[in-house]
Design a protein around this ligand. Structure first.
Ligand code: ADP
Ligand code: MG
Length: 250
């Protein structure tokens, strides 16, 4: 259980990006976090792993308070897959990148080897284990960045724009992969089609506040609501209307 109460946070004192935010996410839930550029999605994810500390309010994960004292415990429970895998992968090879977190946690090399093999097998990318990190494609990097979090077995995983820059086939593969991840997931995304397919619930952020939230289908089918938040209907729902405007030439 992830609980956020009255959270205000930002990059400079006195300038709140998130404003008195309240949110809770149940175990096993998949929640989409959507909103226009600058709404505060990435800021929220960074707060949840303690990269940004709150000006006000509190965050608790499985009843453990996120503060300086509990940072290590919190980071064993919650992991974030950053938008740019290069922010996460900085070792010379794939194996060491995935092992990094577990080594920090003081796990034995034997256990690390075992866990890495299992995760790579589950993701269908065993062949990447021996590769050097700068020899794999962007889509593969995204998958390795996810593997590096999965291998830590956190109870909550945060994803920042997981499908951005992926070709359609890699995107599809990633969606399937996320469907198979049993952990609690909070997914910040502009890919509303993915959110519709994958998420139980959707939260719309606007200017650092919750603008709307609810069942993914209920929220993502409301054209006007989405437009007020600077978004559009998912492409799969734009259908005839979308094609119509394309062909009419107007
Ligand atoms: N490193 C930073 N320093 C100062 N302001 C920032 C920084 N990162 C983001 N912001 C500001 O915080 C607000 C929310 O940004 P962000 O959380 O990145 O939004 P989103 O991920 O929804 O696009 C924006 O106004 C942005 O300019
Ligand atoms: Mg962002």
């Amino acid at each position: 259980m992830l609980k956020i109460e009255n959270l205000s946070v930002g990059y400079q004192e006195g300038k709140n990006v998130l404003k008195k935010l309240n949110m809770s996410i149940k175990d096993g839930e998949t929640v989409g976090l959507v909103g226009a550029n600058g709404a505060g999605k990435s800021t929220l994810l960074m707060s949840l792993v303690g990269i940004l500390l709150p000006f006000e309010g509190r965050i608790a994960i499985d009843g453990i308070e996120l503060d300086k004292k509990h940072l290590k415990e919190i980071r064993e429970r919650i992991g974030v897959v950053f938008q740019n895998p290069d922010d996460q992968l900085f070792m010379a090879n794939v194996y060491d990148d995935i092992a990094f977190g577990l080594r920090n946690m003081g796990r034995s090399e034997e256990e690390i080897q075992h866990r890495i093999s299992r995760v790579l097998r589950e993701l269908g990318v065993e062949h990447l284990e021996e590769m050097s990190s700068n020899r794999i494609s962007g889509g593969e990097k995204r998958i390795i960045a996810i593997a590096a979090i999965l291998v830590m077995e956190p109870s909550v995983i945060l994803f920042d724009e997981p499908t951005s820059f992926l070709d359609p086939r890699t995107r599809r593969r990633l969606i399937r992969l996320l469907q198979g991840v049993p952990m609690t997931k909070l997914i910040a995304t502009h890919d509303l089609d993915m959110a519709l397919e994958l998420c139980d619930r959707v939260i719309i952020l606007k200017d650092g506040e919750i603008f709307a939230q609810g069942n993914a289908k209920d929220i993502l089918t409301q054209k006007e609501l989405l437009e007020e938040a600077g978004l559009e209907l998912p492409y799969c729902l734009q259908g005839a209307e979308y094609l119509g405007t394309k062909h009419s030439g107007s």
